[in-house]
Design a protein around this ligand. Structure first.
Ligand code: AMP
Length: 523
């Protein structure tokens, strides 16, 4: 089939031709005519299938007639992360270059002033992350009752990030007679329920993932002891023909440490994660895309769904906490028919996580050894993993046979899904009051909490105690002590060389007036 058979206008077709696309992808073939007929669409498709163009191309044609009024955008696209929002905005610029549509990108981490000015001038296309949109709505900068086309992209990702209550609030402000296009990589029951609530007689489209990473990505795994991971990574970086690579860590604080370590060893490395200010995130990603940075040490939140053409390698410095994340991580390489290579560094404590991955991808990941490094072994019995105990997940003994998303969902605090709908709605109404800090902080916090902080404190303590009693941990400690290694890899104990200033300050003797003050406060 040709693009010209889908009913798109000549200007859009010209932009597609300029972009060099010769044929629509399956989702474009099915979705575009249907969107042009103003029907709702429920698309089960992930990034890499061409889904962005499947909604942006027809939207450009639909919005070509008509004019936007101040503060009343005519279409709204919700994206879970700032990077994805920026990527969609880029697509609009490319495909809409022969149109005069105005577009605003509302994402956290950037100043309100410019965004508000744009809204005041009137926008045809509004692309936003849920948090910033609600903020601007609450400030009265935006009205949503003229939205004609509404897109929810990456709905399952929104669920993972705890954005569903925000989305329900946003939808409640939209006009009933809108067109809704709803996309999700997977369709768990919660997402299906949302789709049923938001869509009217949608056309359901389900397309296969681009190509299973198993076919285009050569995978390998190195099992080493925890303290050898950086050395193992450096060895791989030196011996592999790495053009550019994502290096995934599970925890944000490890990202900075690893990036600095790589820089010290002469590698050209940057960092990307959800706690960084947006300007820095955008700049780093751009520098990576331009090839100024070769290695990007990153978190799942920062890198999922990001389309970097021709990524040669992915390194899992940590075994991902859910098997789904493994597939998403390695799927950053080997895209668009190109070959990619993915390596994972595992430690004996990661056995359970590794097994969950191999169950999901239905194949073993070939193990390789690294010259000069002692190869460790995955433990026979599925122990609780290091990552889960240290900061990742709850304390469940159930294997995660049903795949990461289901398991992850269960382990998250039952923030939105378990409460009945009415209760959630009531709580949503309360939300603005309890969240008095600026919205973007809340969003940043939401992004931060996605992976790391959702388990109850007791489980952390229990996991810590369990690990302290683990004989393998003692052996690991001894080995660490004995090791003659490069300084960079020595774990810092206590404050290391740094003595915090507060410990050097002499304690002020407590005066009678302090006691009187305390008493007055208590009274
Ligand atoms: P998406 O799934 O929207 O993230 O798109 C993935 C990649 O496919 C992007 O780099 C698009 O530029 C590219 N793409 C989208 N549609 C087509 C097409 N019809 N032909 C070739 N490439 C495409």
């Amino acid at each position: 089939m040709l693009f010209s058979e889908l009913g798109l206008g000549p200007d859009v077709l010209r932009a597609i031709e300029d972009k060099g696309y010769t044929q629509p992808t399956p989702i474009q073939e099915q979705a575009i005519p249907c969107v042009l007929q103003r029907r709702d669409v429920l698309g089960c498709a992930q990034t890499g299938t061409g889904k962005t163009a499947s909604f942006t191309l027809p939207m450009i044609d639909i919005l070509a007639s008509g004019r936007a009024r101040a503060r009343m955008p005519r279409s709204l696209i919700l994206e879970p992360t700032r990077e994805l929002a920026a990527q969609v905005a880029e697509s609009f610029e490319i495909y809409g270059k022969y149109h005069k549509l105005s577009m605003a990108l509302l994402i956290g981490g950037e100043t309100f002033t410019e965004q508000v000015k744009k809204l005041d001038r009137g926008v045809d296309v509004l692309i936003a992350t849920p948090g910033r949109l609600i903020d601007l709505f609450e400030r009265g900068n935006i009205m949503l009752n003229d939205i004609k086309v509404f897109v929810i992209d990456e709905a399952d990702r929104m669920l993972d990030m705890g954005f569903i209550p925000d989305i329900e609030r946003i939808v409640s402000k939209l006009p009933k007679n809108r067109q809704t296009l709803f996309f999700s990589a997977t369709m768990p029951p919660e997402i299906r329920r949302l789709a049923d609530a938001f869509l009217t007689e949608p056309l359901e489209i389900s397309v296969a993932p681009p190509a299973s990473p198993a076919e285009t990505v050569t995978q390998a795994m190195v099992v080493v002891h925890e303290m050898d991971k950086r050395k193992a990574l450096r060895h791989l970086l030196q011996t592999e023909d790495v053009k550019n690579a994502f290096i995934f860590c599970n925890r944000k604080r490890d990202i900075a440490v690893l990036q600095k370590s790589l820089e010290r060893h002469g590698f050209n490395a940057g960092a990307l994660h959800g706690d960084m200010v947006q300007s820095k995130r955008t700049e780093t990603l751009e520098r990576f895309k331009q090839g100024e940075i070769t290695l990007l040490v990153c978190s799942d939140v920062a890198a999922r769904g990001i389309d970097v053409q021709g990524l040669s390698h992915v390194f899992n410095f940590d075994v991902p906490l859910t098997p789904d994340d493994y597939v998403h991580r390695i799927g950053r390489t080997g895209r668009a028919g190109k070959q990619g290579r993915a390596f994972m560094l595992a430690t004996p404590d990661d056995t359970k996580l590794v097994n969950a991955i191999t169950r999901l991808i239905k194949r073993e990941i070939p193990m390789i050894a690294i010259d000069g490094l002692e190869t460790a072994e995955l433990s026979e019995e599925e122990s609780a993993s290091r990552s889960r105990g240290r900061g990742g997940r709850g304390n469940k003994s159930e294997p995660r046979g049903r795949g990461g998303r289901d398991a992850a969902r269960e382990e998250r605090a039952p923030r939105e899904e378990r409460a009945p709908r009415e209760e959630r709605a009531a709580r949503d109404e309360r939300a603005p009051r309890e969240d008095r800090q600026p919205r973007e902080e809340r969003v940043a916090r939401d992004e931060r909490t996605v992976r790391e902080d959702r388990q109850p404190r007791e489980s952390l303590a229990a996991a810590e105690a369990r690990r302290n009693n683990d004989p393998r941990r003692d052996r690991e400690r001894d080995r660490r002590r004995r090791r003659d290694e490069d300084e960079d890899d020595v774990p810092v104990i206590g404050f290391g060389d740094h003595m915090p200033a507060f410990m050097l300050r002499s304690a002020r003797p407590r005066r009678a007036s302090d006691t009187a003050g305390d008493a007055a406060q208590e009274g």
